[in-house]
Write a protein that binds this ligand. Structure first.
Ligand code: U2F
Length: 561
C-alpha cells in the first residue's frame, strides 16, 4: 500500500547534483515542501477509505540527459526556459509524496541501470519483465528507450506516460495516418493512446492534463498582500531580452501610468531591447520573483513565452495579468514556434488557459496593437482591485488528487472489453433526450462496463458542422472525454441524436464518428487510436462524448474519485 510521505529528504538525494537544472529543481522542492505536506494531509483525510496501491515508478527526464544535448541546463541562470523544470520538479514531488516507489534517471547510464540492461549492451532489448508499473518520460526519453530497449519497448509501451508540454493530437500520434494525411512531425508518431501524453495545461482533452503547482496563500498572507499592493507598479513577463524586441510602443503607453519592473537576464550591461524607463532587477530566484509579484498590481505579457507558469504565479500573488490577444490565433500552421509540433491547436492569446479558465478580473486579454483599447484597459486596471487567486487544479492538493486518480484508474495495458457487447440486451435500452437540448443521457444498465471515467458521466452531443468536439462540449459547459468514444461509436448513437442515416460506413478518419448532412451518411470510426476530440470539418457534424467535471479540476469528472 502507498503511504503519504511528507519528508522530501530522500527525494532530494535521488535528484543528485552537478547541474544548474537539478539545483533549480531541488531549490523548488525544498521551498514547496511544507505546502506539499499539508496538502498531503488534507488529501489523506479525504481518501481514508481508499486502498492505494504502491507503484514502482521510473522517471526518466530525457531532455536533461547529456545524450539529448541538454540545452536547458546551461541556460537556467541566463533567462532560458524554466517551465519544464518547474513541472518535472512538481511531478517528482507529487509521486514521492503520494508514497510510490520512485527511481529517477537523468542519464542513459542510470536508465540502463534501472531497466537492467547490461552495461555495454545498450541496444540490447530488455528480455525479462519490466521492473516498473509506470514510466514517466518525455519525447527525448522515449527516443532513447526505443534505441536502448529495442523491440521490448513495443511490448511495454502501455506503461509509459509522456510529459509533453504542448500536447499531441491523435492524428499526429497515429503512425500510418500521420504519414498518409500530412500529420507527420519530427516528434514522431508513437501510436500511444492519446491520454498517455500528459500536458502542462489542459490544452486538449485528447491528452491527460498533468500540470504543475503554484504557491498557495493563506488568508492572512492574502490580506497582507492586498494591503501592501502598489497600485502603479507593473512587472513585465519576459526574462530574456529577445522577448522585448519591438514592444516599446505599448510599454511607453503603460509607463504613462505605471512604474515598470523587469526581470531580464543580462551579463554586464542593460540589454538594448529593454527600454530605459524599465527598472530591471535581472533574473531573480523564484522566491524573489514571488516577492516582487506580491507588490505589483499588474503582470504584463509580451506575447512570448507561450503558456508558461509565471502568469499563474502572478495571479496567485494578486496581480492582474494583462496579455495580448492573437488574431488570427497562432498555431503550427502559421507560427514558427509551433511549426512541427504535433498539434494544430489554435492559440488565441499568449496564455489561453489564463484567458479561458480564469478570465476577468484576474486576466484581461486585449489587442495590444489597438492603442486606445490598450490605454483604456490600463486605466481600468488602475481602478479595480483583485484578490489573489489560484485554480484548485494548480494547488498541491489539486495536483496530488489528479495524479492519484490517474495512477489508480488509467489503464492502457488491459485489453478493453469489446464494445458493443454481442447479444446483449442493453444496447436497445433508450437514450434519454433532455428537454430543450440536444444533450442526451445514456440511460442504460451499462454500469457493468468498467470504464474510467465511468459511463455514468457520459453526455452524448452532436457538434455543429465545422465544430470540433472540444468546442461542442465546451459550449455545453462539459468537456470532451476521449475514453468514452468507444461507447458512442455505434449506429444507435445517430438515431438517438435524431440524425437519419441513409448509409453507415466504418472508416479510418480522425473526425469520425460523424454525420455528413449532404449525403445523409453516418461514419463510424474504424481505428480506436484515432478517437479524437480535436478536429473539425465543414462537412461533418461530429458525435461527441462529453462529460461533466469538478469545479477547479477539469481532469476529473464528478464520479471520478
Ligand atoms: C514557458 O517557459 P518559461 O520558462 O519561459 O516560462 P515562464 O512562465 O517564464 O516561467 C517559468 C518559471 O520561471 C521563474 C518563474 C516560473 O516558475 O517563477 N522565473 C524565475 O525564477 N525568475 C525570474 O526572474 C522569472 C521567472 C513554458 F513553461 C515552456 O513550457 C515553454 O517551452 C516556453 C516557451 O513557450 O515557455
Amino acid at each position: 500500500q502507498a503511504v503519504f510521505q511528507s519528508d522530501v529528504g530522500a527525494l532530494l538525494e535521488q535528484v543528485g547534483t552537478g547541474k544548474e537544472s537539478l539545483s533549480f529543481m531541488k531549490r523548488r522542492v525544498r521551498r514547496m515542501a511544507a505546502q506539499w505536506a499539508s496538502a498531503a494531509r488534507r488529501l489523506d483525510d479525504r481518501l481514508r477509505s481508499h486502498w492505494r496501491e504502491q507503484n514502482r515508478i521510473l522517471v526518466h527526464v530525457g531532455f536533461l540527459t547529456e545524450e539529448s544535448g541538454d540545452v536547458f541546463s546551461p541556460k537556467v541562470l541566463k533567462g532560458g526556459p524554466l517551465g519544464e523544470m518547474v513541472q518535472w520538479a512538481d511531478i517528482l514531488t507529487a509521486l514521492h509524496v503520494l508514497g510510490h516507489n520512485l527511481k529517477i534517471s537523468f542519464s542513459l547510464k542510470e536508465l540502463h541501470g534501472f531497466l537492467g540492461v547490461p552495461p555495454g549492451r545498450g541496444s540490447c532489448p530488455l528480455t525479462g519483465p519490466l521492473p516498473f508499473d509506470l514510466i514517466y518520460t518525455d519525447y527525448h526519453g522515449l527516443q532513447q528507450m526505443k534505441q536502448h530497449m529495442g523491440l521490448s519497448l513495443r511490448k511495454h509501451k502501455c506503461h509509459i506516460r509522456v510529459i509533453d508540454t504542448f500536447g499531441t493530437e491523435p492524428a499526429y500520434n497515429h503512425e500510418e495516418y500521420a504519414i498518409l494525411h500530412g500529420y507527420r512531425t519530427n516528434w514522431g508518431y508513437w501510436n500511444l493512446h492519446g491520454q498517455q501524453y500528459m500536458t502542462m495545461f489542459p490544452h486538449t482533452p485528447d491528452n491527460s492534463f498533468m500540470g504543475f503547482v503554484a504557491e498557495e496563500l493563506n488568508e492572512t498572507e492574502k490580506q497582507n498582500i492586498q494591503r501592501n499592493k502598489v497600485n502603479n507598479m507593473a512587472v513585465v513577463y519576459g526574462k530574456e531580452a529577445s522577448m522585448w524586441k519591438g514592444k516599446e510602443k505599448f510599454l511607453t503607453i503603460l509607463h504613462r501610468y505605471m512604474e515598470i519592473h523587469g526581470t531580464v537576464y543580462y551579463e554586464t550591461q542593460r540589454p538594448p531591447e529593454v527600454p530605459a524607463f524599465v527598472k530591471n532587477h535581472g533574473l531573480l530566484p523564484q522566491q524573489e520573483l514571488q516577492q516582487l509579484l506580491r507588490k505589483a498590481k499588474l503582470f504584463i505579457g509580451l506575447g512570448f513565452p507561450y503558456e508558461g507558469p509565471a502568469p499563474l504565479e502572478a495571479i496567485a500573488n494578486g496581480c492582474i495579468f494583462l496579455q495580448p490577444k492573437f488574431n488570427p490565433p497562432h498555431s503550427s500552421l502559421n507560427h514558427d514556434f509551433f511549426r512541427g509540433k504535433p498539434t494544430s491547436r489554435k492559440v488565441s492569446s499568449q496564455h489561453p488557459y489564463a484567458e479561458q479558465y480564469i478570465g476577468r478580473p484576474h486576466v484581461i486579454t486585449v489587442d495590444f496593437n489597438n492603442s486606445e483599447e490598450f490605454e483604456a484597459t490600463i486605466r481600468e486596471i488602475m481602478r479595480i482591485n483583485v484578490e489573489p487567486f489560484l485554480p484548485y487544479e494548480y494547488t498541491c492538493e489539486g495536483m496530488l488528487e489528479r495524479v492519484h486518480a490517474y495512477i489508480q484508474n488509467q489503464d492502457f495495458c488491459s485489453p478493453e472489453a469489446p464494445f458493443p457487447p454481442v447479444n446483449s440486451s442493453w444496447l436497445s435500452s433508450p437514450f434519454v433526450l433532455l428537454p430543450n437540448s440536444s444533450i442526451l443521457t445514456w440511460a442504460s444498465n451499462a454500469s457493468s462496463y468498467t470504464s474510467w471515467p465511468p459511463l455514468s458521466a457520459l453526455r452524448l452531443l452532436a457538434s455543429l458542422e465545422g465544430e470540433s468536439c472540444v468546442e461542442a462540449c465546451q459550449g455545453a459547459e462539459l468537456i470532451c472525454e476521449p475514453a468514452l468514444y468507444r461507447f458512442i461509436n455505434i449506429k444507435e448513437a445517430f438515431s438517438a441524436l435524431e440524425l437519419q442515416c441513409d448509409g453507415v460506413e466504418s472508416q479510418v478518419n480522425h473526425l469520425l464518428p460523424a454525420f455528413s448532412a449532404e449525403h445523409a451518411e453516418c461514419g463510424l470510426q474504424q481505428d480506436p487510436l484515432l478517437f479524437s476530440c480535436a478536429g473539425s470539418s465543414a462537412k461533418y457534424q461530429r458525435l461527441c462524448p462529453c462529460r461533466d467535471y469538478r469545479a477547479g479540476q477539469v481532469a476529473l469528472c464528478r464520479d471520478c474519485l
